[in-house]
Design a protein around this ligand. Structure first.
Ligand SMILES: C[S@@+](CC[C@H](N)C(=O)[O-])C[C@H]1O[C@@H](n2cnc3c(N)ncnc32)[C@H](O)[C@@H]1O
Length: 299
């Protein structure tokens, strides 16, 4: 998702059978929502890897891991132009520059052709003794992901439902790490209920894990019950970062997105406080563009 179309439930339909997944991230790779999500992901992983102990990165909705911006899908929407495309030449503060440099590392000849997904960005940020668990339900996406990590013994690709995998595989043996939950929102508002269930069950299994949950913003009315739920527990500390590229006065388009972070690493709020204004300035599509960083619980 992440385009207006997808949020409205009219994702780019290449597979029309009922019950089949229609979402393809290749249409949206590198868009403003990816830039927001991936810049925060790297800040989280950098904070977690500041300690020596090994960790586990758990990606519940991993996608194919890497995207070619000259592919038909990415060319068709051109969404990356209003995402990473707007950040390449900026003079950004260090936390955002870190993300732009990570994208640059995937394009060593200087031309932006490859956009890394969350698994590849995480793999680059992690150390030799860390581990990645990557879940993806679509067979062809999972096969591509598996091929990408064929030579990386740290990575374990599971062609299965990411929420079920959380129940089956958490806590990780490392007892330290981050779960990224980044679904396509084909269930639309129902996805927030899935988040609540997944986070409650995960807390029971692994209360000390860090969890980052991406969500779209059409209107805050839809998100408020999810925030209220997390404000009431079970995690002691919950931080929320949000970016609006347009005012949230139309339910018909993707106006922005947010990341809810349960058990955020120490001092991540300071890094995000520096990064978010730069993201807003770089990605604004309207003078009403805005950002918000606030604790739902704790601090
Ligand atoms: C937004 S994309 C993921 C993008 C990726 N996290 C990134 O940042 O590069 C969502 C992915 O989740 C996959 N998916 C959908 N439902 C899933 C499920 N229940 N479990 C695991 N993967 C799922 C979709 O096929 C799609 O590739």
């Amino acid at each position: 998702m992440r385009t207006d179309d997808a949020i409205l439930g009219v994702t780019h339909r290449r597979l029309q059978s009922p019950g089949r997944m229609n979402y393809r991230h290749s249409f949206h790779a590198g868009n403003f929502a990816d830039a927001f999500k991936h810049a925060i992901l790297l800040a989280l992983l950098d904070a977690l890897t500041a300690k020596d102990k090994p960790l586990c990165y758990f990606d519940t909705h991993a996608g194919r891991g890497s995207y070619h911006l000259d592919d038909t899908e990415a060319q068709k929407t051109g969404e990356w132009r209003d995402g990473i495309g707007r950040l390449l030449d900026g003079h950004d503060p260090p936390p955002l520059r870190r993300y732009v440099d990570a994208i640059g590392a995937c394009n060593p000849d200087g031309a932006l052709r490859v956009y890394p997904g969350s698994p590849l960005l995480a793999a680059q940020a992690l150390r030799t003794n860390d581990r990645l668990v990557l879940c993806e339900t679509q067979d062809d996406e999972a096969a591509t992901l598996r091929a990408l990590f064929r030579d990386d013994a740290r990575a374990h690709v599971h062609a299965r439902d990411g929420y079920a995998a959380m129940n089956a595989l958490l806590p990780p043996s490392e007892r330290r790490g981050l779960v990224l939950i980044d679904p396509p929102f084909e269930a639309q508002e129902g996805e927030f209920t899935a988040f609540e269930t997944a986070l409650t069950q995960a807390h029971a299994r692994w209360p000390n894990g860090a969890y980052a949950v991406w969500y779209p913003i059409k209107s805050h009315r839809v998100i408020a019950p999810f925030h209220r739920h997390l404000a009431a527990g079970p995690f002691d500390k919950v931080l929320v970062a949000e970016l609006l590229v347009q005012p949230d006065d139309s339910p018909l388009r993707l106006n922005g997105c947010g990341m809810l972070i349960a058990n955020p690493p120490w001092k991540i709020d300071a890094a995000l406080a520096t990064m978010l204004p730069a993201l807003r300035n770089g990605l604004a599509q309207s003078p009403a563009a805005a950002h918000r960083l606030h604790w739902l619980r704790g601090e």
